[in-house]
Design a protein around this ligand. Structure first.
Ligand SMILES: [Mn+2]
Length: 316
């Protein structure tokens, strides 16, 4: 399988449809591709092409089916896909055996090892599926760009993009920076746990591009049962008004969509939370959970239920 020459690759020219974080929701993906007029083979009658922002897996019922579909389209030149933090975690797990709470399906397990409330996947990976997923993820770039448009999973950061452009292997680049930061920490015993965690998040280009920058909060807060000392940095506040439009996923927070400047679009409309909604139908009526795609040059968002809206409104 083709390995990237650079972790920043040219984005398809011409009309494209940029699909948000799928997170194993294969039915939503098939519905969305139907509304966008793609065939089962990924071909579009008008020659449009698909671009995926990463986070294909975890939480939804069938991560292997999503990987299989996107891989087929990418291999036939009908789609592009960037690496998300969930793909990165799986690549790192495959090496270290260290698991994350919501990728138990990858290890063929119905339940999360840490005993937390996690989705029960409908399809579990076997050796063949694991190998095929890892082989595919290793071919994915961290970012795509053309003159008028940029695509990254979480955060566009010029200095990190420059580093990624010179590299061709995301896992090796991640390890190189992880080790450099660890060596630096040995020289600085005064740094506390939060400083160290933030350095690993904010100074490693693979982490920044796939999960964004973070900062220390003045007062620790509780989220998902854990005390948090860090929060996400709204990097889009510093993204220049004259920069090309940047499309990301990752930030499935309804408020983010209305806070973004017009040159940054987040196409993650929260379909990752559908597994929770199935368990508790009244979970969060204030934000509908959808899978969506942003069409360019039309600048329209199309959802898996067929609804559509301008990219500049608050969403369909
Ligand atoms: Mn993500």
């Amino acid at each position: 399988m083709k390995k990237p020459n650079s972790l920043v690759e040219p984005l398809f020219e011409g009309p494209i449809d940029i699909v948000g974080d799928v997170h194993g929701e294969i039915e939503a993906l098939r519905d969305l591709l139907g509304h966008l007029d793609y065939g089962d083979d990924g071909l579009h009658v008008k020659g449009r092409r698909l671009v995926f922002v990463g986070d294909l897996t975890d939480r939804g019922p069938d991560s292997p089916a999503v990987i299989d579909l996107v891989k087929r389209f990418v291999e036939s030149g009908r789609a592009q896909c960037v690496l998300g933090n969930h793909e990165l975690n799986l690549l790192l797990c495959a090496d270290t055996g260290k698991r994350k709470f919501d990728n138990h399906w990858f290890f063929g397990e119905e339940r999360s090892l840490d005993g937390s409330d996690q989705p029960t996947p409908a399809v579990l990976a076997d050796d063949e599926i694991r190998q095929s997923a890892v082989d595919f993820f290793k071919t994915l770039p961290l970012a795509l760009q053309r003159d008028d448009l940029r695509v990254v999973h979480a955060c566009w950061d010029d200095s990190m993009i420059r580093i990624a452009r010179e590299a061709s292997d995301a896992v090796a680049l991640h390890e190189r920076y992880r080790d450099l930061i660890a060596v630096d920490h040995e020289l600085h015993p005064e740094l506390d746990t939060v400083d160290r965690r933030l350095a690993h998040q904010n100074r490693n280009p693979v982490k920044v591009l796939t999960s964004g920058k973070e900062r220390r909060v003045a007062t620790p807060f509780e989220a998902s049962g854990k005390l948090r000392y860090e929060e996400r940095v709204p990097w889009w506040d510093d993204y220049g008004a004259d920069e090309p439009v940047c499309v990301c996923g990752h930030y499935a927070i309804p408020a983010a969509h209305s806070l973004l400047p017009p040159q940054v679009h987040c196409v993650d409309y929260g379909v990752a939370k559908r597994w929770r909604e199935r368990q508790q139908p009244d979970l969060d009526g204030s934000f509908e959970l959808r899978l969506a795609a942003a069409r360019f040059p039309e600048r329209v968002v199309i959802c898996d239920n067929g609804s559509s809206a301008s990219l500049f409104s608050e969403g369909p």
